[in-house]
Design a protein around this ligand. Structure first.
Ligand SMILES: Cc1cc2nc3c(=O)[nH]c(=O)nc-3n(C[C@H](O)[C@H](O)[C@H](O)COP(=O)(O)OP(=O)(O)OC[C@H]3O[C@@H](n4cnc5c(N)ncnc54)[C@H](O)[C@@H]3O)c2cc1C
Length: 429
């Protein structure tokens, strides 16, 4: 459904509710809030806690000294961004009074309420926030392990493998070569991410290797913003992209890095000059080891607060959590973080949690001056539900005439840049 003015107006007070919710938390009880993971969920939580609840003692445990965002990583493939422009340090968070501990958290003891660091030191907490992101399920695709990822990069977790690994292979691809991508079934980090990546690879190839082909092998039969992406591919990159869904034998079961082949469910062998394998995923190890994850590998939460449904006084945010219908996105992690911190402040003060409203927009760059988006507003009660009549998706080409269409796409690309600057500024600025 196109984003109409009426729908945006309907969503506005709810989105604004995110900003006002914490003010209903009045009493100020001190407490030690420890956060594991300094990415979209964790850095947002640390910043928000310091800004809104300065009486809280906030410690952020992050294993790396800098954070490279996944968002805008696809633009590095297109050659529009360099990796430095999407990499941030933690100095500003430290200057705001967040205690930074650059170590790996190796265990959580919920009875003693402490986090064990790699050097053996224990960090005590009153409330713990866990936002460690994802691990890749090595071996879920036969033959795809960490060694295989050197030849067939995933570039889905920047701390493991930066997007530059794929960019280098793309730049070295022979003229008229084939770029193959294997895409997992739901749930996975960033539902529109693979399709934005296809678009940004196509943008690069159109300029530098116009006879090249992209074959996308998908374990699903449909994907986020599919009609919008496919309209844009037909318009901007005609004949370059072949997308195969599961019912068209798109599911990749095995890979062979020696021959650069993907083997599909019904035995087709698809060879690429560059092969980007995005494997199935699960919550990162620290969350699973702490007993926060269900059998699915993802962590159940209470939708009204994002406190773990399995372990008290621990909040699980971001990709690690089971938050459907919210997508696993940076924006989602950011709004979850704000609400979780307000709930933590309330619980320390013995108050009821504020009403739970969450918000998400996923922008995707599809070409130069060509952006699209999807918006959702959600409520958390006994279940997480999308608010009826809220949100929306960019209009399809058929709904926009010539110049209006170009202007609409151009503006959405601009809004995407604004969103990126705002959210990274909020985390690291
Ligand atoms: C290609 C791509 C494009 C994307 N584009 C967008 C987009 O346009 N918009 C959007 O909203 N989202 C986008 N996303 C999704 C977004 O990146 C994730 O949803 C988001 O990063 C999730 O936040 P998180 O806090 O759960 O995990 P992360 O942001 O990954 O943060 C986890 C942090 O925890 C740290 N950590 C993990 N384990 C430990 C430990 N044991 N001890 C200490 N530290 C630890 C890690 O080092 C990491 O810094 C994209 C993703 C991809 C792959």
């Amino acid at each position: 459904m196109p984003i109409s003015r009426r729908r945006l107006i309907a969503a506005a007070p709810l989105a604004a509710g995110l900003a006002v919710a914490p003010s209903v938390v009045r009493a100020q009880a001190p407490g030690r809030v420890v956060i594991i993971g300094g990415g979209f969920g964790g850095a947002s939580a640390a910043r928000f806690a310091r800004d809104r609840f300065p009486h809280l003692d906030v410690t952020l445990i992050e294993q790396s000294r800098s954070f490279t965002t996944c968002p805008y990583g696809n633009l590095v493939l297109a050659g529009r961004r360099d990796i430095g422009s999407i990499t941030f340090g933690y100095e500003r968070l430290a200057a705001r009074g967040v205690r930074l501990v650059h170590q790996r958290a190796v265990a959580i003891d919920p009875q003693r309420k402490q986090v064990r660091l790699a050097d053996g030191v224990d960090v005590p907490y009153d409330r713990l926030v866990v936002s460690p992101g994802i691990d890749l399920r090595w071996g879920a695709i036969e033959g795809y392990d960490e060694a295989a990822s050197a030849r067939m990069p995933h570039c889905w977790v920047p701390g493991l493998q930066p997007v530059t690994a794929l960019a280098e292979q793309l730049r070295a691809m022979p003229q008229g070569g084939t770029f193959v991508m294997a895409i997992p079934d739901n749930p996975f980090r960033c539902p529109p991410g693979p399709y934005e990546r296809i678009s940004m690879v196509a943008e690069y190839l159109k300029r530098h290797n116009p006879r090249a082909k992209i074959i996308a092998l998908d374990a699903k039969n449909g994907f986020s913003k599919q009609p919008l992406f496919q309209d844009a591919w037909a318009e901007l990159y005609p004949g370059m992209i072949e997308w195969r869904g599961a019912s068209n034998d798109g599911r990749v079961m095995a890979v062979n890095p020696a021959t650069m082949e993907c083997v599909t469910e019904f035995g087709d062998r698809v060879k690429g000059d560059v092969v980007n394998v995005i494997p199935p995923q699960m919550a990162a190890r620290i969350a699973r080891d702490a007993g926060l994850a269900a059998q699915s590998g993802w962590c159940p939460i209470k939708p009204a607060t994002f406190e773990s449904a399995q372990v008290p006084d621990i909040w699980v945010l971001g990709d690690a959590s089971i938050a459907a219908p919210m997508p696993k996105s940076g924006f989602a992690a950011n709004t979850q973080a704000k609400h979780a911190i307000a709930c933590i402040a309330a619980s320390l003060a013995g108050q009821a949690p504020p009403p739970a409203v969450y918000f998400n927009t996923c922008y995707s760059h599809v070409g130069e001056d060509y952006g699209i988006s999807i918006v959702g507003v959600y409520r958390g009660g006994t279940q997480l539900t999308e608010v009826e009549g809220s949100g929306g998706i960019s209009p399809r080409n058929s709904a926009l005439e010539g110049e209006r269409r170009a202007e609409h796409r151009r503006l959405e690309a601009l809004y995407a840049d604004g969103w990126y600057d705002a959210i990274t500024g909020e985390m690291f600025g």
